[in-house]
Design a protein around this ligand. Structure first.
Ligand SMILES: Cc1ncc(C[n+]2csc(CCOP(=O)(O)OP(=O)(O)O)c2C)c(N)n1
Length: 302
């Protein structure tokens, strides 16, 4: 936490107030109630340069993801698959997310700005959470569209749950992001300067496996096949399909950008580190300027 900021902590558990950090104001309340009451207060603060820069930064980030999503020259990217799910899901869809790089990709691009819901194993990070989460969602909200998004590692751990989806006629759309790798562990090894041993998976024809279990299987290896798969899913849904669907998306094994430390500010990280970071993730200095630049631009326009 920066030292020069006023900290307001809201928590519905008294023992948690001030537990990890001193707070200037502590509020014993449920965060939802607190935010609803706060939003109802008739007060409009002038947007600061920092807020404007952060909003601009967010616009550029979304643009960058969309650019990646539109590019399959080297193979299908995870961003393209999530973008397709975003474009083809209903305003009240429910998403069961698995654990791994796939969680990051899903959370980065899915909008959750209407009546969508999602569930994930955020605290325990239990791989194999996606499929059972989808089952629970469809049983709880029978009329709503339900998607699950998993990596091939997490999906392989719980694939037999597909039989339960078949048995109870639950037309859930299960998307498997097959990168033939425990991608997230690959990222951790990269960060820890360790060799990437023990993380490669053999992959499988998940569509064929789904068909053999009584579900509908689709495969996408590029943008055209992805589009065709989404059209097929829509047709099935319009025609009252009651079978689960598995979309085997054969994606490139690309490490998602690490947003723990975003090294685009030369004033903070130095010119060399920023250049390395940009190179790793193919970030352009003009399309994704340093945050300090955005802040300076926003201050100029105040
Ligand atoms: C049950 C369980 N085992 C192991 C882990 C450690 N773990 C976290 S992410 C991950 C790899 C996930 O691989 P995959 O499902 O293929 O998804 P990707 O990261 O490639 O998208 C592992 C092994 C875990 N979180 N849960």
């Amino acid at each position: 936490m920066p030292n020069d900021k006023t900290i307001i902590q809201v928590n519905n558990n008294l023992a948690d107030l001030g537990k990890q950090h001193d707070a200037d104001i502590t509020v014993l309340a449920d965060a939802k109630d607190f935010l609803e009451k706060l939003a109802a207060v008739d007060y409009q603060a002038e947007p600061t340069a920092f807020l404007k820069a952060a909003q601009q930064d967010r616009i550029l980030w979304v643009k960058w993801l969309e650019k990646l999503a539109a590019d399959d020259h080297a193979g299908l990217r995870a961003e393209s698959v999530i973008q397709a799910i975003k474009d083809n899901s209903t305003k009240d869809a429910i998403f069961g997310l698995d654990v791994g790089n796939n969680t990051e990709w899903a959370l980065r691009q899915l909008p959750f700005d209407q009546d969508q819901k999602y569930t994930m194993s955020a605290w325990y990070g239990t791989m194999g959470f996606g499929l059972p989460a989808g089952l629970a969602a469809k049983l709880s909200f029978a009329k709503r569209q339900v998607w699950t998004i998993s990596g091939d590692g997490g999906y392989a751990m719980v694939m037999p749950d597909l039989l339960t989806e078949v048995k109870y006629h639950l037309p859930i759309v299960n998307v498997v992001l097959e990168n033939k790798s425990f991608g997230f562990i690959g990222h951790e090894k990269l960060q820890a300067n360790q060799a990437p041993y023990g993380i490669d998976l053999v992959g499988a024809d998940w569509a064929k496996a789904a068909e053999s279990m009584g579900a509908i299987g689709l495969t996408a290896t590029n943008l055209a096949e992805l589009k065709a798969a989404m059209t097929k899913i829509e047709q099935l849904q319009t025609n009252g399909n009651n079978l689960p669907i598995v979309l085997d998306a054969k994606i490139l094994d690309i490490d998602p950008i690490d947003t723990n430390v975003v090294m685009t500010d030369e004033n903070v990280f130095g010119i060399e580190a920023v250049a390395d970071y940009r190179k790793t993730y193919e970030l352009s200095a003009t399309e994704q300027p340093a945050f300090s630049q955005l802040l300076a631009d926003a201050a100029d326009n105040q």
